[in-house]
Design a protein around this ligand. Structure first.
Ligand SMILES: [Zn+2]
Length: 269
């Protein structure tokens, strides 16, 4: 699933493909997952002014003042193609398509695609509510810590995923960071010290920054197949530190998978 590092990488690729280019054709199409289908014909003739990742939101700005916001959630991805090149996914899975003379950018299976005016962009609730962005150059560590701390009764593994507390962490980074810092993902935030939570935020930022170049996500320092992660996806396999079987279970209302080592991350009383 896309995490902050994936969106950051996607923004880089789309920026290289689209920035400064004039849109020659644009359309969104009804997809089962796409809640509202925006009219993208207003983009034809406009130039792409910039592409930005904000948390897990991807913002494509145009010189006519409009911004295309997409959120990939669990399923979405942006692809770039040359004109006429065969797509790697079926056309009916495309949520939005932007064409220039040199390239075609396609958002597949993307549940949120909307076109915003500058005023709407400023008022956009999901963007306004976003916590400090771990991949932003101006990441506000103290504010992120304050917002995580605010969620005192919430289990650490759930609080870390709350994009209103801190933006950019997805399910993989969540499990990996809790393991790296030896924190029990099931304990409420209130049971951890500021030093521990601060260290978790720093580790999340470090891991995300190290993975913005794309390719296999690596937290162990080892890119070899099956060696790149400490605990994520490794339920029942031996912990790479202590050999204890790694555990995996669903956590929270959204039943997101959490992986942890019960010995390296003992229950926090
Ligand atoms: Zn262990």
């Amino acid at each position: 699933m896309p995490e902050g590092d994936t969106i950051f990488r996607t923004a880089d690729v789309l920026r290289a493909t689209l920035a400064g280019r004039r849109i020659t054709a644009a359309r969104a199409q009804p997809r089962p997952g796409l809640r509202r289908v925006p009219d993208l014909s207003r983009l034809v003739g406009a130039r792409v002014a910039g592409v930005e990742a904000r948390g897990k939101h991807l913002l494509i700005g145009f010189d006519n003042g409009l911004t295309l916001r997409s959120h990939l959630r669990m399923t979405g991805s942006w692809h770039r193609y040359r004109p006429g090149e065969r797509w790697r996914r079926p056309e009916w899975e495309a949520s939005a398509i932007l064409e220039t003379a040199e390239a075609v950018a396609v958002a597949f299976n993307t549940p949120v695609v909307e076109l915003l005016t500058q005023g709407e962009l400023r008022r956009s609730r999901p963007l306004r509510e976003l916590g400090p962005d771990l991949l932003s150059d101006s990441f506000d560590h103290a504010e992120a810590l304050r917002r995580v701390r605010e969620r005192g009764d919430t289990a650490l593994g759930i609080a870390m995923l709350d994009q209103r507390a801190v933006a950019g962490i997805g399910n993989v980074i969540k499990s990996e960071v809790a393991f790296l810092e030896r924190l029990d993902p099931w304990a409420p935030v209130a049971r951890f010290t500021d030093d521990e939570l601060g260290a978790a935020l720093r580790a999340a930022r470090r891991v995300l920054q190290a993975n913005t170049r794309g390719g296999v996500r690596v937290t162990t320092g080892n890119e070899a197949r099956g060696q790149s992660l400490w605990v994520y996806g490794r339920a029942g396999r031996p912990c790479r530190r202590c050999g204890t079987p790694v555990r995996g279970a669903r956590q929270g209302d959204l039943a997101r998978l959490t992986y942890w080592c019960p010995r390296c991350q003992p229950p926090r009383a």
